[in-house]
Design a protein around this ligand. Structure first.
Ligand code: ADP
Ligand code: MG
Length: 556
């Protein structure tokens, strides 16, 4: 390989750079959070690698992140003494789009022809956000296990090409140097940088250092400017609401406040700490239906970051949760394979599920507005739990809310318990209808008889409902039933009336069956209608019509 060369960005990188620089403008300050978060990841990785290879830390054991500015050169530098990158890693991580999440992001952006800064902010395009404020970025990096002569210098103006050069670097780790655009002088001072660190990165677990200032100029003296503590390890009584929120922001790609959190320490034969957050809006990945890549739940062992372990620690239907699990008793050299079949981890996982469900229940009980926000954002994700998590089905079902013939319009606010409390004497079935839309459900002729008898029917029209309800056949000892299926429960007077009507209509029914032939199974007099002359009904084992249509559309 040549020591110096120029390469083109992958076409997709160029696209991302274009989108980012044009749409992130109102949140341009997040570049600092992104660079610090990368530096912190790099320190985490080195600390982890050094468990097996302590010599990697030799001579420079204090991991830290330095943020400095140079008014004369008009640069900001974020430097870490973490794991660093080899030449190949620089090319793979910065010159191409390594993450499939970024690719999906890109697809969403170009398909909807819009550049929503909120989306980008939540998603975090990481390193590339540098180009919002810089017209040239230099990266100097050396892997912790490489000699000083194997340093890499990467440089780009973010337009289409980057240069690569082999350089001598005395110290391991990475320095990202931003050459600021002409109108970005606001960042060339200590105070704005310092306050951004406090806002977004105060609880990064490594010291973030800044030069001490004298006469408006940076000096050679460094001071730590963040809390640099493992927040979750402190006693709850010492943590303020702001601390929790700022830690949340340093955890994931969200510049909104978290909606709620739960922080617990379990002591005993197995000790661990969990700090779990519910975001106030669906993260980008979730909105895009992303399932394969789940970030946001970090596993630590005795405060050493081990890996992102959202899939090992939480079931799919709670994939919106962010946070930290710190276990005391797992072996530090644990691998993903070991994790997947570790029994201790199973216990931690069910504790996490319990804590999150407790938290949601608490919102439902004590903070209805927050619960509503939660339900709008994640209700449909939660519903997956009905099918996925048998052990907690009843608890999850209790949290569901529906529109209803006795509710307020299309608002999803009626719980199954509300329904049961309103049931008529002798009613032992929870009735519901599923349809493509609220209007189709609410306007269905199937509801006429129920309305006439004053029986409440839940109106389900979310895409997932038909599938979910298939797993929810019973709640609190009451059966759930689709109004379109089978026969209505009739009292004696009704039965008599219906028999008479059937007899009277026999010639008509025969005629209709002859006319319709095989297109219907049966033509009969029904008690389900009061105003409409006829409707299509399903037998007990048939699929709901709109589900059948969905399956047809999907090619089944
Ligand atoms: P993400 O952090 O979500 O992976 P980024 O765009 O922020 O995405 O960074 C891309 C990749 O570049 C990182 O995954 C990492 O491999 C590498 N990288 C970025 N900054 C550093 C750094 N300071 N030290 C080591 N590797 C880094
Ligand atoms: Mg990053």
């Amino acid at each position: 390989t040549p020591t110096a060369e120029t390469r083109k960005f992958e076409a997709e990188v160029a696209q991302v750079l274009h989108l980012v620089t044009h749409s992130l403008y109102s949140h341009k300050e997040i570049f600092l959070r992104e660079l610090i978060s990368n530096a912190s990841d790099a320190c985490d990785k080195l600390r982890f690698e050094s468990i097996a290879k302590p010599e990697l830390l030799a001579g420079d054991a204090e991991l830290h992140i330095d943020v400095s500015w140079d008014p004369a050169a008009r640069t900001i530098t974020v430097r870490d003494n973490g794991v660093g990158m080899s030449r190949d890693e620089v090319v793979a991580n910065i010159g191409t789009i390594a993450s499939s999440g970024t690719r999906r992001f890109l697809e969403a952006m170009s398909s909807e022809q819009k550049s929503d800064a909120r989306l980008i902010g939540q998603f975090g395009v990481g390193f590339y956000s540098s180009f919002v404020v810089a017209d040239k970025v230099t990266v100097l990096s050396r892997r912790a296990d490489a000699p000083a002569s194997d340093g890499v210098k990467w440089e780009s103006d973010g337009k289409g090409e980057y240069s690569l050069e082999q350089v001598d670097l005395a110290e391991r780790g990475t320095a990202v140097i931003l050459h600021l655009k002409a109108d970005e002088d606001e960042f060339l001072k200590r105070w704005p940088l310092r306050s951004l660190i406090t806002r977004y990165s105060d609880h990064v677990a490594f010291p973030i250092r800044m030069p001490v200032e004298k006469d408006d100029q940076p000096t050679d003296e460094w001071e730590t400017v963040n809390a640099a503590s493992a927040l979750w390890a402190k006693p709850k009584s010492e943590i303020s609401e702001e601390d929790y929120q700022s830690f949340y922001k340093s955890l994931g790609h969200d510049f909104n406040d978290a909606l709620a959190w739960t922080h617990n320490r379990v002591e005993g034969s197995q000790s661990f700490t969990t700090l779990l957050y519910i975001p106030s809006q669906p993260p980008f990945e979730l909105m895009m239906g992303g399932r394969d890549e789940r970030k946001g739940l970090k596993l630590y062992i005795k405060r050493v970051f081990i890996m992102d372990a959202a899939e090992e620690l939480l079931p799919n239907y709670l994939r919106f949760v962010r946070g930290v699990v710190d276990a005391d008793d797992l072996p530090l050299n644990v691998s993903r394979e070991i994790l997947q079949q570790n029994r201790q981890l199973e216990r931690i996982k069910s504790a996490c599920v319990k804590r999150v469900l407790d938290l949601i229940e608490k919102l439902a009980r004590d903070e209805p507005e927050k619960f509503e926000t939660f339900y709008k954002a994640f209700g449909n994700t939660l519903k997956e739990g009905i099918a996925e998590d048998h052990a907690n089905r009843e608890r999850i079902a209790k949290l569901l809310r529906f529109a209803s013939t006795k509710g307020e319009g299309n608002a999803q606010k009626v719980s199954l318990d509300d329904y049961i409390a309103r049931m008529a004497i002798g009613q032992d079935i929870i009735w519901y209808i599923t349809a493509d839309s609220y209007a189709a459900a609410a306007g269905s002729p199937q509801l006429e008889a129920f309305k006439a008898k004053g029986i409440e029917v839940l109106l389900m029209s979310d895409r997932i409902d038909e599938w979910m309800i298939g797993s929810l056949t019973e709640y609190a000892g009451k059966k759930l039933r689709n109004v379109a299926k089978g026969e209505l429960p009739l009292d004696e007077a009704d039965k008599k009336q219906q028999e008479e009507a059937s007899r009277a209509a026999e010639p008509l029914l025969k005629k209709l069956k002859e006319l319709l032939g095989d297109r219907v199974g049966e033509v009969k007099v029904s008690a389900r209608l009061t105003d409409s002359p006829s409707c299509l009904a399903l037998s007990d084992y048939e699929m709901a019509p709109h589900l059948a249509r969905l399956l047809r559309e999907a090619g089944h």
